[in-house]
Design a protein around this ligand. Structure first.
Ligand code: HPA
Length: 272
């Protein structure tokens, strides 16, 4: 462990002396999920030495430790990252993957990543929850450049197929409609052009967003198993001719919140 990371870990462990098993990254608009933790210990990321700070106003990052408890069931110990730093905020992938390094150093071997994404697949509608089967990296960037282990072992990052199968089973059992597809990572901060979305569709992308892929790459290097879930918050540029109204967006977000919470909760119980 390098000195910076061990500084961060020492600080976190002084505030939250827990050993998490599962790490959960909550994407844009999905941060509320953290409020369901029992006996949560919260650490403000601004207090953690060397921890990257999101530049998005009002986007104070928090790391929560705890379990979910429901009807006599308990999940494994969780470390929950509320909010993330995007590549477009810092132009530094080391910062983007720092939470994953933290999670692994604290003990987590399993990663569940969530995000908000634009729908490219024309069968999708806003509000869909998409399990990420695979990804396309459109950025030309890779957070593992210079990581000796990644070069020697030729790490092959991917989502864990057993976790994906389990998550689909859980969704079916609880009658939560989900889709599955390929997530395309762009740098942002701008949304895509219609021509770019057509190119991504031709390349096999079902959804597009500005996060997650570097985290999955880092997790693979660290030997973690990863599950990814995208919340389709809008249709990508040029896919839908209609402009979303504000009430539609709010309705969609609220509808998703209930489904998302149940789905994630049941997945975390199934992982315990
Ligand atoms: N494009 C890129 N990122 C996104 C989108 C989108 O349409 N929606 C949510 N995140």
């Amino acid at each position: 462990m390098n000195i910076k990371l061990s500084d961060s870990i020492d600080f976190i462990q002084s505030r939250a002396p827990m050993t998490p098993v599962i790490a959960l990254v909550l994407g844009s608009g999905l941060g509320d999920f953290g409020s369901h933790l029992s006996n949560a210990v919260s650490v403000d990321t601004r207090d953690i030495p060397h921890y990257p700070i999101s530049s998005v106003p009002g986007h104070a990052g928090k790391i929560l430790f705890g379990t979910l408890e429901l009807g006599g069931r308990t999940t494994a110990q969780l470390v929950v990252f509320q909010g993330r730093v995007h590549f477009y905020e810092c132009n530094d992938l080391e910062k983007v993957i720092y939470p994953i390094r933290i999670a692994r150093a604290l003990g987590a071997k399993t990663l569940v990543v969530t995000n908000a994404a634009g729908g490219i697949n024309r069968l999708f509608v806003p509000g869909d929850l998409m399990f990420i089967r695979d990804y396309i990296n459109m950025t030309g960037e890779n957070p593992l450049i210079g990581a000796r282990h990644a070069v020697e072992k030729r790490v092959r990052p991917s989502f864990d197929s057993a976790m994906l199968a389990m998550a689909k089973r859980v969704a079916l059992e609880h009658m939560i409609p989900t889709t599955e597809g390929v997530y395309c990572w762009t740098k942002g901060p701008t949304y895509e052009s219609a021509a770019e979305i057509r190119m991504m569709a031709a390349a096999g992308a079902d959804a597009v967003g500005m996060s997650t892929v570097p985290e999955v790459m880092a997790a693979a290097q660290l030997g973690m198993k990863t599950l990814g879930i995208s919340c389709i918050t809008n249709m990508a540029t040029g896919i839908s001719k209609e402009k979303l109204s504000h009430s539609e967006v709010t309705d969609t977000a609220n509808m998703v919140k209930a489904h998302f919470t149940t789905l994630l909760t049941e997945i975390l119980f199934a992982l315990a």
